[in-house]
Design a protein around this ligand. Sequence first.
Ligand SMILES: Nc1nc2c(ncn2[C@@H]2O[C@H](COP(=O)(O)OP(=O)(O)OP(=O)(O)O)[C@@H](O)[C@H]2O)c(=O)[nH]1
Ligand SMILES: [Mg+2]
Length: 282
Amino acid sequence: MTGSGKTTFISKLTGKNLKIGHNLESCTQDIEVIDTKLGDYTVHMIDTPGFSDTHRSDTKILETIAEYLAVAYSKDIRLSGIIYLHPISDNRVTHQSIKNLKMFQKLTGTDNVKSVVLVTSMWDKVSVEEGVRREQELQAKFWHILIACGAQLSRHNGSTESAKNIASMLIHNKPFYAQLQEEIGKNNKALKDTAAGMEVMAELSRIKEQHRAELEDMQKMMLQTSTQQNEATAAALKQHYQQMLRDMEKIRAEEKRMNEGAVRTLNDRIASLENRPSCAVM
Ligand SMILES: Nc1nc2c(ncn2[C@@H]2O[C@H](COP(=O)(O)OP(=O)(O)OP(=O)(O)O)[C@@H](O)[C@H]2O)c(=O)[nH]1
Ligand SMILES: [Mg+2]
């Protein structure tokens, strides 16, 4: 989830000065690999952009992550673990976070969930009682399947020591390929045919249907509100209707993007990524 504190966590762990968001805007745009020492180990932390970004669609974010994973597959780079951050300061679990959690599961793969740590961040923003109540709710209602599949749990208190303890939970794991990595790298599937890609497509379809129904309602309301009766209402309705049409257009463009992505092979993806200097893999 965007803004959950991923870059801040990595900055604490590695002692490196990284670009952290300073308002509600999303911050990390591309995959960044930051190296650090943890005891005798060299650890490569992979910072990702978060889903539900204000400016970039989930399609684009998934594409960015998929591209990195595809290149990593071609270089035989596996993951030792995945840290999933959830801000305990979020007072309710939204549709967005449920959707993102689903996508996360599909991207990781059930067999790899034992190498996941579900971490709650931003404890300084809530009272301990409130935090504990939300933590229990998360574990009982939203994380129960991941926990049953072997995911570990932890709290991050924002300190370097806490970040190190969490990362240390994963260093001894047997390295693995994430499900999305195998689907694209090994099976050369198009992004829209991967489990995570299908999740994005299903969400686009859901939003499209919702928009279609709302547009129909708006049309009825516009017909009932004559300009002579109430000029201001008619103008407001028209403006809203036009905005909804533009939103619908954006969703169609996202779908098209995913469908066209089907013709891109793994080699195309690798070539395009290797030409981008900011995204070199370890
Ligand atoms: N109070 C508090 N703020 C935090 C904590 N961790 C991160 N933040 C703030 O939360 C905001 C988002 O942090 P980032 O580290 O940029 O979050 P991110 O997950 O990398 O966000 P994206 O890159 O957009 O996906 C920043 O303003 C941080 O300073 C924390 O433990 N407590
Ligand atoms: Mg970030």
